[in-house]
Design a protein around this ligand. Structure first.
Ligand SMILES: Cc1cc2nc3c(=O)[nH]c(=O)nc-3n(C[C@H](O)[C@H](O)[C@H](O)COP(=O)(O)OP(=O)(O)OC[C@H]3O[C@@H](n4cnc5c(N)ncnc54)[C@H](O)[C@@H]3O)c2cc1C
Length: 380
């Protein structure tokens, strides 16, 4: 988010952009933990439109930045076991089609067997498949935006340590005065909070409530395994959130269930907890029997943090209550795929006062204080 925002700000003519990063190198936050999925199959129109704008930008990413974003349209396959689970998929599909996605379609159990023959499909009733969904390379997208931004004069201060936003004035007069890092103080009237899962903490330290909190997500990875092809679609069990993809010859398994045994005292803890894997594996073997031939590379399994907002939609635009502070955070687990779109929109808001490329009123950060959050995205 920070690299995309900085690039788009510089491309829009903003001079003197500085990115301050706590760690000594890029990608050590959530972006390096992302598995690299891309989808237009969402249940909210705003999410679908963000994906479509991002997709346009991913298709010309190399032209724009000189780096390959690794976009491979292998598809996302949502699978349902009951008619009741098909209903939200159908509603989401209607929203996707209305937004211009012609490729998404409903599939029956027979087609699921053809698409992913390694799935146990005897109890499935159907699902949806969209062939323009697929995969991207998170760290390459970060590199592309960073290098393109640097060519436009943006400076990146890595290893700056924790940065706080300095605010002056009281009540309705509060405004940004600068940023204090562990190395120095920078005076500025405009700050973009792109702190991912830490965005809420950055806000709290400036006396501001930003409703973004970290939620851990773990990923299991196998040793190299050729039983499922590299271009297999990302496959999701709608009833419990278990999903599977192949990346660089290894199978990745995700499951949206919190980790038994984790340390509740540290919400930013990214230690990988083994009990989660022990709970996941029987489910995975049951649904994907071919995995009995694979072995998990426990040393390489990892945990990372989603930057969750209360309605699973990003917070984009001016932070209510402090003039000059902008937010680009809260994507709730889809931040890599939406970073191209959100960075462009943020730059439009900062430089021109409004988003031009897309109607994104639904993302205004003030919606929570107004008591008008979006309905949560129904499918994932
Ligand atoms: C297991 C897992 C799988 C995922 N899979 C996908 C996926 O398939 N597709 C997808 O689109 N998304 C996925 N995500 C979500 C995605 O990783 C995030 O939405 C995205 O990386 C958020 O980007 P960001 O730039 O906001 O946050 P980050 O990448 O965390 O960047 C924030 C940066 O700010 C720095 N920072 C924070 N606070 C401060 C401070 N006070 N001072 C200085 N620096 C600070 C951090 O060090 C960090 O480098 C996944 C996440 C996880 C954990």
């Amino acid at each position: 988010m920070g690299a995309s925002a900085a690039y788009h700000l510089a491309r829009g003519g903003c001079r003197n952009v500085l990115v301050v990063e706590r760690y000594g190198e890029p990608g050590l936050g959530s972006t390096g933990a992302a598995t690299g999925g891309f989808r237009v199959q969402f249940g909210s129109e705003t999410h679908v439109r963000l994906s479509l704008l991002s997709r346009e930008k991913l298709l010309r990413f190399r032209e724009e930045t000189g780096v390959d974003a690794g976009y491979r349209p292998c598809g996302y396959l949502f699978m349902a076991r009951a008619e009741a689970e098909l209903a939200p998929l159908r509603r989401a599909m209607a929203i996707q089609r209305a937004a211009g996605v012609r490729e998404v379609r409903e599939v029956d159990a027979g087609e699921i067997r053809r698409l992913v023959p390694w799935v146990r499909a005897d109890d499935l009733v159907g699902g949806t498949f969209c062939p323009i969904d697929g995969f991207i390379r998170p760290l390459e997208i970060l590199r592309g935006y960073r290098e393109a931004a640097e060519r436009l004069g943006v400076r990146f201060a890595y290893g700056a340590g924790w940065a706080d936003c300095l605010v002056e004035g009281r009540g309705l007069e509060r405004r940004v005065a600068g940023v204090r890092t562990e190395r120095d103080v920078v005076a500025t009237r405009r700050v973009v909070n792109a702190a991912g899962p830490w965005a809420g903490l950055v806000g709290a330290r400036a006396g501001l409530e930003i409703p973004v909190r970290p939620v851990r997500r773990q990923t299991a990875i196998t040793h190299p395994f050729s039983g499922i092809p590299e271009d297999a679609p990302l496959t999701i069990c709608l009833w419990d959130g278990l999903h599977l993809r192949v990346r660089d010859g290894r199978v990745l398994l995700l499951w949206h269930v919190d980790t038994p045994g984790r340390d509740p005292a540290d919400p930013f803890d990214t230690t990988f907890y083994r009990p989660w894997l022990d709970a996941l594996l029987p489910r995975a073997y049951d649904r994907f029997p071919i995995l009995a031939e694979a072995t998990v590379d426990v040393e390489r399994c990892w945990a990372g943090l989603y930057e969750m907002s209360p309605d699973t939609h990003a917070l984009l635009g001016p932070a209510p209550g402090v003039e000059g502070l902008y937010l680009i955070t809260g994507s709730s687990g889809h931040g890599v795929m939406h970073a191209p779109a959100l960075g462009q929109l943020l730059a439009e808001i900062v430089l021109e006062g409004r988003a031009r490329s897309l109607a994104i009123d639904a993302l205004r950060p003030s919606r929570f204080a107004e008591g008008r959050p979006n309905p949560e995205d129904a499918i994932l």
